[in-house]
Each structure stands twice: as C-alpha cells, then as structure tokens.
Design a protein around this ligand. Structure first.
Ligand code: ADP
Ligand code: MG
Length: 410
C-alpha cells in the first residue's frame, strides 16, 4: 500500500492549535493583553464590539516590533520569550508558548499596527486564514495595536457555539479584571461598543481593587504579607462578615499569573475555619511569588493551572499566612472602623514596591485617595465608576472622604 501519512498544512495545524488557545473572544482578549503587559506597556486599552464577537482590539504603548518581528510574531512557535528549553523553567513573562498570535490569526481577521520607539514609521499587517494579506509602512503611535475581527468567521460551528453577548462580555471582563489586578501599576481602559466600562489609573494594589470592585471594597480588605526563603505571599483577604454568596472575588496569582487552584482555595478556606457563615465566600486576592524553578506553568494550554514542586508546603504556608493576617488585624472577633481610640492602619512593608508610584503605603488609602481613584469616568454623563456598576455621583456614600482608621486589637 502506498504511504498515506502527510504533514498538515500550516493553516490547518494553526486552526487545530487555535482550538486549545482560543475558545472564545475572552481568550483572544487575554492573550493580547498579556502580550501588552510583557511588552512593558504602561497604558493598555481594550476595545470591544458586540462582546468581542465583531472586534477585540488591544492598544498598548509597549516596546513595539520591527517589521520583521511583526511578521514573525504570527508564525507558530514564534516567541521572543524563550530561546532554550531551560528558559521554560525560569519564565516570568505571561506568554511562553509562542502560539497565541498564530492561533488567533488562524480563526479571525487580524490587523496589527506596530512601531518601535526609535523608528519614525511603523508597519501595518493584515493576516487572515494564517496568510499575510497586507504588509505596508504606516503612521502609528509607538507601541502595538492588534485588532481581531470576526472571530471564528471561517468556522460557523464554533461561532454558533458562542454564548450571548452578556455572557461573552462577562468572560472578557473577568480576564480584564484579573490582568488589571495583577498589574496595578499599569493604566487599563476598557470600552465596549460606545461605552467606557473601566478607566483604571495606575496605583498600588489596594487602589486597583477599589477601582475594579468599587469604593465599598476598601473597608473589607485585610492586608496579607508573609515572606520566607521559598516564597512570598502578599495581597488582601476579606473580612469574614463581608463574605458573599458567590465566589467572584477570589483570585490567586502565582508570579503575577492568574491561576485556578481548588487546593489553594481549600488552604484559604481552612484558615477562615468557623469564622464564615455557611455557604459564604470571602474575598481574597492572593499573590504567591515563588522561584519559577519550583513550579511548572506549562501544564495547561490556557496556562490557568500550575504545578508546585511541593504543593503541601505551599498549602500550609498559605493557610498560616491567612490565619496570621486574620489574627494580626483583629479580624477575630471583628474589625472596627472610624471609632475612637484609633491608630492609623500600619503599612505592610513589601519589597515589591506596590506603592512607589503614588507614595501611599500599601496598607493605607485616605479618603481623598479613594475619591481620586473612583473619579468620574465620564464627566459629561455625571456617572462614577464603582467598578462593576455605574452609580450616579450623588449616590456615593460620603463616608469615603474620611481617613480610614482601624482599632488595633488589644
Ligand atoms: P508568546 O507571547 O508566547 O511569545 P505570542 O504569539 O503571544 O507568543 O506572541 C509572539 C511574539 O510576538 C511575542 O513573543 C512578542 O515578541 C511579540 N509580540 C506579541 N504581542 C506584542 C506586543 N503587544 N508588543 C510587542 N511585542 C509583541
Ligand atoms: Mg503571548
């Protein structure tokens, strides 16, 4: 019998890979935003049309690309982030598979404009069906803009599989919020159709949580900070009395990357023990910074799961850190705000320099600061951003103008 095995053409191989990387508009948004973060941007803008089904565009002011790199970036396994197998174990950037752009360009119409800072002109590329249709010089700001149009336009089965605009937009905004929370020193803006949904100024982590979740989150936060030789744990946990019926505000980031882990979730919940009402979930935004050689980030195509060399150690360490924070800030029995005999909440010293940009210590956020972070994002419409909901200015609680104070335990 004649030989029958053939190598698949690139376009088909890319489409197959795309099935793993790009499941929905939110996956494209995530990959583009992560690339923008990796490019060293200080401003990242996400523009969406029809919940990303017609358009997902990310504009950044990062390093930009040369015309050759711009073209190369669409090749599969093309990456500037790893050179050798060992790099996989030292990786600290978001991307590392070199597959995202190739996958996206296999299932959508992609337009890229990019320019290096040192160059006067940039390059514009249009890629469809994994084929470069246009490459030309263009006028564009330094940095990169990538527009992904009509996702899955060649694969009606997958397009039909997408959920309603409300659901798809929620998925995109979940990704947006995670990346924004992981990178509070970067300014993030999100537009959907004609609306500006988020305008997040750069700041420290507490400020970022306020601008994402709304001012009311400020009084719920308990700082978390613990450091040993193997790992650093930082972030915030929520006071038990504010625990919610849903898990929406629970996030782990390992070396800046959002991950899901029911095991680590269990560690946090174990620390709360009997402090929580039944079936309620406390907020937590926990950053675990660990030597990259002690984890394997490559176990999941969308990179949301990782493996720790010593999972039990991390589990115990996290449980103790949360327990410690709850005890240290007098959450057991309960915290009291704006009472007499108070002291300012002591800042936690993190070497990460969360507060460098604003000069505010990590643990503190004054009323004026809260007001600044939650500044109106549309003066003309007199609407304030409280993160998820839009609230008319006159409905904002006045108490946020006071300095937040905590009564220290004992
Ligand atoms: P990965 O991020 O895994 O390297 P991608 O397919 O996402 O793979 O991107 C390929 C390459 O294209 C990146 O390694 C990077 O060099 C370049 N690139 C992609 N997006 C940007 C961007 N916004 N700014 C600068 N370079 C980018
Ligand atoms: Mg990438």
């Amino acid at each position: 019998m004649a030989d029958i095995i053939q190598l698949l053409p690139d376009a088909i191989a890319n489409q197959i890979a795309a099935g793993e990387v790009v499941q929905r508009p939110a996956s494209a948004a995530k990959e583009l935003m992560e690339n923008a973060v990796d490019a060293g941007s200080t401003q990242i803008k996400l523009i969406l049309k029809d919940a990303g089904k017609s358009l997902v565009q990310v504009i950044d002011n990062g390093c930009g690309m040369s015309p050759t790199d711009a073209r190369m970036s669409f090749e599969r396994h093309a990456t500037s982030k790893i050179r050798a197998a060992e790099d996989l174990f030292a990786i600290r950037t978001m991307g590392f598979r070199g597959e995202a752009l190739a996958s996206i360009a296999a299932v959508a119409q992609v337009e890229m404009k990019t320019r290096l800072y040192a160059e006067e002109v940039g390059v514009r590329l249009v890629v469809e069906d994994s084929t470069v249709k246009v490459q030309e010089a263009c006028q564009t700001a330094p940095g990169t803009s990538i527009a992904v149009r009509n996702l899955f336009y060649t694969i009606p089965a997958r397009r039909n599989f997408l959920k309603s605009d409300t659901v798809e937009l929620r998925h995109i905004l979940d990704e947006f919020q995670r990346i924004a929370i992981a990178n509070p020193d970067i300014q993030f803006v999100a537009h959907h159709n004609t609306n500006e949904l988020f305008h997040l100024p750069p700041g420290n982590l507490r400020q970022r949580l306020i601008s994402v979740f709304g001012v009311q989150v400020n009084k719920r936060l308990v700082p978390l900070g613990e450091e040993t030789d193997i790992a650093k744990i930082r972030g915030f946990i929520g006071k038990p009395e504010f625990a919610k019926k849903t898990r929406g505000e629970q996030m782990f980031f390992v070396n800046g990357r959002f991950i899901r882990s029911s095991y680590l979730n269990h560690a946090v919940m174990a620390a709360y023990e009997d402090l929580l009402p039944k079936d309620s979930y406390p907020l937590y935004v926990v950053f675990i910074d660990i030597d990259p050689s002690m984890i394997d980030v490559n176990v999941h195509p969308t990179k949301q799961e990782i493996k720790f060399d010593d999972e039990r150690l991390v589990y115990n360490y996290l449980r103790v850190a949360v327990r410690h924070a709850l005890g240290k800030y007098g959450v057991m029995p309960s915290l009291d705000f704006e009472q007499e005999n108070t002291l300012n909440l002591p800042p936690i010293a993190f070497s990460g320099g969360d507060s460098l940009k604003t000069g505010l210590p990590q643990g503190e956020c004054s009323g004026a600061e809260v007001a600044r972070i939650a500044k109106p994002w549309s003066a003309s419409r007199k609407i304030w951003s409280t993160g998820r909901r839009c609230m008319p200015a006159w409905k904002l609680p006045m108490s946020q103008n006071r300095t937040m104070r905590l009564r220290l335990p004992g």
